[in-house]
Design a binder for this molecule. Sequence first.
Ligand SMILES: O=C(O)CCC(=O)C(=O)O
Ligand SMILES: [Fe+2]
Length: 198
Amino acid sequence: MDLFDVTTGLTPIPIEDGELAFQQRLALPWPPEQVLARLIAETDWRAEAITLWGKTHPQPRLTAWYGEARYRYSGMTLEPQPFTDLQLAIKAAVELATGRRYNSVLLNYYRDERDSMGFHSDDEPELGPEPAIASVSFGAPRTFILKHKRLPRTVKLALGDGSLLLMAGTLQRHWRHGINKQSTPCGPRVNLTFRCIL
Ligand SMILES: O=C(O)CCC(=O)C(=O)O
Ligand SMILES: [Fe+2]
């Protein structure tokens, strides 16, 4: 099956050493601002700690892990909570749009312009060698930055309200991605990355 079949509405973004595809607006039964408000209110948000240079800090955003599988990253094991009805509805729309199945979701809540996500690859062994990771964003647009691990290449994408970004193929092996703090004030944003834990 062609991952980028035009009938999915996903448009490939040409990139070396990986696959990326983008859809401005994922088809959902509710307007994105309603989904954002419900995700903020209904998610069991956690302020996980990170250790940098031997010092422990709260992560600069809130997170939550839902679905059917345990997840280990950065030395933490996240026990999942069962998918909510809203997450299942978003997951169904994402599966239809991407032609792939997912069994888990990581939610990130960027409360304002000061929240961020450090550069990383989603390359944990339990995701498999060429994971499909579907990223859905609600709320304030933020700039998603991809940096190649060896080549001097940077790709910037504005991930707007209700958008869908699919990362696939060898992308995680060759690129890191992250979201920087920004100086321009902005409202809240919630991002969901649907994954398939093997
Ligand atoms: O918030 C985003 O767009 C990125 C999220 C991300 O990279 C992740 O959850 O692994
Ligand atoms: Fe990521």
